[in-house]
Design a protein around this ligand. Structure first.
Ligand code: CTP
Ligand code: MG
Length: 233
């Protein structure tokens, strides 16, 4: 069974609030997406990396991608939602991937995944019939806010955190199963794992940690920069 990586990178990064799609923001000297690509490219078990861009993307070609030609393939078939982007990407590579090959879907906006975390995911999922994802147990106490109050949020109740995990990426499933799951998924699906869950299957949770953060808000970018510096110094 081969392993392929698929990086959905067709989002617009609205929560970052800037003009540039966040995957192209400078992070320690290279566009953020390059960090996600580098971790996957350093892992010898990953055969090839597919990057799914929006058909309207004008920025990819502004960067130098010399040296990457053998490892990556750019697909310009991103959709309106992340799920649509992933499914379009899976359809585009259906002639390359066998139904039983693994596809690791990894956010362009997760630049700090350590190499050993990726290796652990590959090791733990290798013989799993379903597949799985990196995730971390929720550490903080969780509050549910009162709905619809004005003048600032107020806590109504404390939600027990026992058994709750935060989903990250990569999310690793077989090409055939994931395509089928995404096509069948209802509108309440969020990540790939949730589509698999809707089939009645139980994705494996492989424990990761907070270094594998997703850059979502402007303040996350500086944090990612610091994590990368400590990892590579
Ligand atoms: N993504 C995608 N296609 C979409 C939406 C998102 O490929 N239509 C990708 C993003 O580029 C990112 C990953 O999915 O790599 C995670 O999504 P998110 O963090 O939500 O990124 P954005 O959608 O770009 O950000 P925002 O939700 O703040 O607009
Ligand atoms: Mg989004």
């Amino acid at each position: 069974m081969k392993h392929y990586a698929l990086i959905p990178a067709a989002g617009s990064g609205t929560r970052m609030g800037g003009m540039i799609e966040k995957q192209y923001l400078d992070l320690n000297g290279v566009p953020m997406i390059a960090h996600a690509m580098m971790v996957l490219a350093r892992q010898p078990r990953v055969e090839r990396i597919f990057v799914v861009l929006s058909p309207a993307d004008k920025r990819w070609n502004n960067f130098e991608w010399q040296g990457w030609e053998d490892r990556i393939e750019v697909l310009r078939c991103g959709g309106r939602t992340r799920a649509e982007t992933v499914l379009n990407g899976l359809d585009a590579i259906a002639g390359i991937c066998a139904p039983d090959d693994w596809v690791l879907v990894h956010d362009a906006a997760r630049p700090c995944m350590p190499d050993d975390m990726l290796a652990k995911l590959l090791d733990e999922i290798a013989s799993d019939p379903v597949g799985g994802l990196l995730a971390m147990p929720v550490a903080d106490t969780l509050k549910r806010a009162v709905a619809g109050t004005s003048g600032g949020a107020r806590a109504e109740t404390t939600v027990p955190r026992a058994g709750l995990w935060q989903a990250q990426t990569p999310q690793m499933f077989r090409h055939g199963m994931l395509s089928r799951a995404l096509r069948a998924a209802g509108s309440d699906m969020t990540d790939e794992a949730s589509a698999i869950e809707q089939l009645g299957l139980q994705p494996r949770l492989v424990e990761s940690d907070s270094r594998n953060l997703k850059v979502t808000w402007p303040q996350d970018l500086a944090l990612a920069g610091m994590i990368l510096k400590t990892m590579h110094e």
